[in-house]
Design a protein around this ligand. Structure first.
Ligand code: MRU
Length: 359
């Protein structure tokens, strides 16, 4: 992704450190956070220094590589136990995104098949980097497929940040938008602010501004208004986990946007790599939904006139809050799921055939 006209990835490994764009500070400050060990990497996922399903997947993969490098000794059983402990620490950070579990198991599978500590250590960084490269390429392919659905002069709605910052590069929902823009399509993006953490206002808007893609931030509760006024032609979001019946878990507020899109006859697409599908999940009801701190609703963060980042309380001191981070959109509201292999109809039958054919 372009940052001040320079190319960056969201997360990468340098020696034994995991480097990531610090998303807690954007759009106010562009800083790279360097995590020195796998526990610190887990903490960066938990505190959302890095966030977004594929990005936390790649970070988890690098965390396993760090755990392999941190192990001193050459007893394979001890090494395996250490990797298992690290895997549990990294997996316990956030419950909803399937990619976190998929990526960690990918690297574990590669290194533990060695039955030799030295070889496993050598393979660890290589496997995690391969995973990250692969994810960047899948997102590029999602962009190519999605671009075919976007017409010139369309106004596009997106929710949360499913951009390069949420992945290793390109993004999922923002990838087709990026490719459409590179293909000189004249598009305009309506960016839901995405309360309570404002990933739309602070991250999606920042990415679009970096790429000079025309956009406006709208209040979350304004999307229906713009749809009814005929201002939105196309809606596209990412996904954290997709059940085998096509139900999609994504950032809280996605469900209501999908229902509104149906009411207003607007195509509503989900963009996600196939690693987002959870073959063990029959329907959206089985997807674990993360509950986050009520402080995310009771306070807001921003920058003051002296350029200091501040946390300000907006609710009565007596009030509490409920803060589910994701919701589930039933498959019936989704026009199609754009994957690296093409667009899938969100029905159990299609998903099963598609997954079988793409193995
Ligand atoms: O809580 P976040 O910011 O990690 O949530 C991110 C989202 O909901 C994204 O839309 C989703 O991970 C898809 S990202 C390509």
């Amino acid at each position: 992704m372009l940052v001040n006209s320079q190319n960056y990835r969201t997360v990468w490994m340098q020696d034994s450190s995991v480097c990531m764009i610090n998303q807690q500070l954007l759009p106010h400050k562009f800083e790279i956070y360097k995590s020195k060990n796998h526990v610190d990497t887990a903490n960066a996922i938990k505190t959302m220094i890095v966030r977004g399903a594929p990005a936390i997947g790649a970070t988890g993969a690098f965390g396993i590589a760090q755990a392999a490098l941190e192990f001193k000794g050459n007893n394979f059983e001890d090494f395996k136990n250490n990797i298992e402990i690290a895997s549990n620490i990294l997996k316990s950070t956030r419950p909803t995104a399937n990619d976190l579990f998929y990526a960690i198991d990918f690297v574990k599978g590669k290194i533990l098949k060695n039955f030799n500590v030295e070889n496993a250590r050598k393979d660890a960084v290589k496997s995690a980097s391969e995973y990250a490269d692969w994810n960047a390429e899948l997102c590029r392919q999602i962009g190519e497929h999605g671009n075919k659905l976007i017409k010139n002069s369309q106004n596009i709605l997106t929710h949360c940040n499913a951009g390069a910052l949420a992945c290793v590069d390109f993004g999922t929902a923002l990838s087709p938008i990026r490719i459409a823009h590179y293909n000189k399509k004249n598009i305009f993006v309506y960016v839901d602010e995405t309360r309570p953490r404002n990933q739309g206002a602070s991250l999606t808007a920042w990415e679009l501004a970096q790429e000079k893609i025309s956009h406006a931030i709208i209040a979350d509760n304004a999307a229906g208004h713009f749809m009814r006024k005929g201002k939105i032609d196309f809606a596209i979001v990412g996904a954290d986990r997709i059940a085998m019946n096509g139900d999609v878990a994504n950032k809280i507020g996605t469900y209501e946007k999908a229902v509104l899109a149906r009411e207003n006859s607007i195509p509503f697409y989900v963009a996600a790599p196939l690693s987002t599908f959870d073959i063990k999940c029959g329907s959206g009801d089985e997807i674990p939904i993360e509950e986050r701190s009520e402080d995310e609703l009771l306070y807001i963060h921003g920058i003051d006139e002296d350029k200091k980042i501040k946390k300000i309380r907006i609710a009565p001191i007596e009030s509490s809050a409920k803060n589910p981070a994701f919701d589930v959109t039933p498959a019936k509201y989704i026009t199609g799921i754009i994957t690296e292999k093409g667009v899938i109809k969100p029905t159990r039958e299609h998903i099963e055939i598609f997954m079988k054919n793409s193995n």
